[in-house]
Design a protein around this ligand. Structure first.
Ligand SMILES: Cc1cc2nc3c(=O)[nH]c(=O)nc-3n(C[C@H](O)[C@H](O)[C@H](O)COP(=O)(O)O)c2cc1C
Length: 168
């Protein structure tokens, strides 16, 4: 194994120790059909204006679709939505790979932008800026609509899904 590969593996291992919530970034493909991608690299950025960021690999289909449409949704998943996280962590390479029944049940939309039903929270965003960063792009989104519900989050840690346990 080359020194560089070793360093990349160490980097990945170290970051797998950092727990995050699980989001689905939703957007529109070239036919205006709904598209989703599981994402952990999301954060809030600014209150005035309301800005968030998502970090998307340049090879992802979602990268092309967000650039093309200029809009996306962020959806925080609940502990009951692990199947949705799994589904959107494998790229649907073409129409035949899609589970249309599942997609019919889980997608909804706000002002034409897809969102995931029954999420912990969903936000409709418009691309405010994008910054190229190595093999990823940081998309900064301006938040237009926010939906919130009461539930528990899905958590991602050590390459596994789990739940948040409050300390006493
Ligand atoms: C828990 C989890 C978090 C992920 N976070 C990101 C992320 O923040 N950015 C990213 O580009 N890919 C991330 N991925 C990988 C994408 O979900 C995966 O490559 C997906 O198939 C991309 O779909 P697309 O090519 O259809 O857009 C993550 C995967 C998992 C399982």
């Amino acid at each position: 194994m080359s020194k560089n590969t070793e360093k990349i593996n160490l980097f990945r291992n170290v970051w797998s120790k950092f727990p995050t919530g699980v989001s689905i970034i939703t957007t529109l493909d070239e036919n205006k059909s709904y598209h989703g991608m599981t994402a952990a690299s999301v954060t809030s950025v600014s209150l005035n204006p309301l800005l968030i960021l998502v970090v998307v690999g340049t090879e992802r289909k979602s990268h092309k679709f967000i650039k093309l449409s200029g809009v996306f949704g962020i959806n925080f998943l609940t502990k009951d939505q692990k199947n949705i996280a799994n589904y959107f962590s494998h790229s649907q390479s073409n129409y035949n790979d899609k589970d249309l029944d599942l997609e019919k049940d889980i997608f909804s939309e706000i002002e034409g932008v897809p969102i995931i039903k029954k999420s912990l929270a969903s936000m409709r965003c418009e691309v405010f800026d994008d910054i190229s960063a190595g093999d990823h792009t940081i998309f900064i989104g301006k938040v237009h609509d926010i939906i919130s519900s009461d539930n528990e989050p899905l958590v991602w840690s050590n390459r596994n899904y789990g739940q948040f346990i409050q300390s006493r």
